[in-house]
Design a protein around this ligand. Structure first.
Ligand code: X90
Length: 276
């Protein structure tokens, strides 16, 4: 049995960071330029293009064929996609899954709607790996990953919501309030998989305190933590340290956002995936 694990590029997993997981790339369109969110893309080049470009920019999710490409020819495909609350990515994956199984009834595909993205999606993919290593049957893996995803969450601190607003994914009023210099929005992925702002705070220090406060409020008790950032290694490290002050033994890893998350999180953005 040939098993394959798949996600999309919003999980920030590349072949070098994890060779066991394949990612369908999202695309970022800046003026006439298209950036495909693969490992080969230099994210700094994309961010620089965004900075100098004054006109509209947007993103596009992988199509059905992109998903079929990452399924390869596996007998069993397990995957998870960025929230259907903000992207058509999961929908395309579902259509691909149906086609794949129709073409060969011997094959099985399960794709989870993560209702999230970034480091929470990363945690879900890590859990799939564990479940497969345990040798569980297809139905058990599907059930357990759904149960697990009830215990994973995503929080964020963002310095700008400009790209969210420009692409109709948050209200322009909220984006304007966050656009003021030094103001950050701290919030979480809602239960419907949309962006839920909780606090507006001034300065990074307060944003990090607020994140940790909300983390503890959410019922965090020392489980796995995955932090990703866009051009903010010091913020990510400060966040990790503040969590370690409460839970010295926590399994915390810090990584960089790839292109899709960087487009929306924008420079300074911190994403926090955790287990409860
Ligand atoms: O074009 C597309 O289909 C992609 C649209 C993606 C929109 C959301 C990307 C979020 C990236 C930013 C902060 C976390 C917010 C979490 C809300 C679920 C990460």
């Amino acid at each position: 049995m040939n098993i394959k694990l798949v996600t999309d590029s919003s999980a920030n997993i590349t072949p070098s960071s994890n060779p066991h997981i394949a990612s369908a790339p999202l695309r970022i369109i800046v003026g006439g330029q298209e950036f495909v969110d693969t490992e080969n893309l230099n994210v700094d080049t994309m961010l620089q293009a965004l900075k100098v470009h004054k006109g509209p920019s947007s993103t596009a999710c992988p199509g059905v064929q992109d998903w079929l490409d990452v399924f390869g020819n596996a007998d069993i495909v397990y995957g998870a996609a960025i929230t259907s609350g903000l992207s058509g990515c999961f929908n395309a994956a579902q259509i691909a899954a149906e086609q794949y199984m129709e073409n060969d009834p011997g094959k099985k595909v399960f794709i989870l709607d993560s209702l999230s993205t970034g480091p929470e999606l990363e945690l879900i993919m890590e859990k799939y790996q564990e479940l497969i290593e345990q040798g569980l049957a297809f139905d058990q893996v599907c059930q357990q990953i759904q149960d697990y995803s009830q215990r994973t969450h995503l929080m964020f601190s963002l310095e700008s919501l400009e790209n969210f607003a420009k692409n109709g994914r948050v209200s322009p009023i909220l984006a304007k309030a966050v656009g003021i210099l030094g103001i950050r929005v701290v919030g979480r992925a809602s239960s419907k998989g949309t962006l839920e702002p909780q606090h507006k705070v001034r300065g990074e220090k307060k944003a990090i305190h607020q994140l940790v406060k909300e983390l503890l409020n959410a019922g965090y008790q020392g489980g796995k933590i995955r932090i990703t950032h866009t051009k903010n290694p010091s913020g990510a490290a400060a966040l990790a340290n503040e969590i370690r002050a409460e839970y010295p033994l926590a399994d915390i890893r810090i990584g960089e956002n790839r292109a899709l998350c960087s487009f929306y999180a924008e420079p300074g953005g911190l994403l926090l995936g955790f287990e409860t």
